[in-house]
Design a protein. Structure first.
Length: 193
């Protein structure tokens, strides 16, 4: 065999040795100070959705937890005449029949894992509370901004994840309202479209 024939086999021999070395370089090796091990990572991505409620600009403090989805605002002492000092961040608007105590809140939709990128938010009222008192709306909220206990009302559409927007909530206290502790619960629902 000539030198020329040996030279043609040289690249094939080198390639065979490189492949053999690469294959042997994973896991335990003998006669070497280097080896590799691989770690395959896997997961199943799920959808996740959340709606945070927080204190609006200059509004009453929203308490609660993003981990439970339970939030609250205290309007303090209220009355049908709108007299006295309202709680911090609460504005009072009176009319001939009563007083509306109102404050801004922020709603922030958060969602992940969806093929669409917008959400709709609705509100309705829990029928278990003092349902005649609760009000919800935009900055023009009024004594007539009632909230249904049976039919959700759309408050926002096309909302992007992580972008807060302002709503107003309140309690309308008629002059004929009996004294005592009052509660009303607004239920906001987010649906990713």
């Amino acid at each position: 065999m000539s030198l020329h024939s040996h030279m043609r086999l040289f690249p094939l021999i080198v390639l065979t040795l490189v492949i053999a070395k690469a294959a042997a370089a994973q896991g335990p090796v003998v006669g070497s100070n280097t080896t590799t091990s691989e770690l395959a990572l896997s997961a199943t991505v799920q959808t996740a959705v959340q709606l945070n409620i927080s204190t609006g600009s200059g509004g009453a403090t929203v308490a609660g937890s993003t981990s439970t989805g339970l939030f609250s605002i205290s309007f303090g002492n209220v009355n049908g005449l709108g007299v006295g000092t309202p709680a911090a961040g609460v504005t009072v608007v009176t009319d001939s029949s009563g007083a509306l105590y109102k404050t801004p809140i922020n709603l922030t939709p958060l969602y992940s894992g969806f093929s669409t990128e917008t959400a709709t938010i609705t509100v309705q009222q829990d029928a278990a509370g003092d349902t005649a008192l609760a009000r919800e709306g935009d900055s023009n909220i009024s004594s007539s901004s009632t909230v249904s206990t049976t039919t959700p009302a759309t408050v926002a559409t096309g909302r992007a994840t992580g972008v807060a927007f302002e709503r107003w909530v309140g309690l309308y206290v008629p002059q004929t309202e009996a004294a005592g502790a009052k509660t009303a619960t607004l239920i906001y629902t987010i649906t990713v479209e």
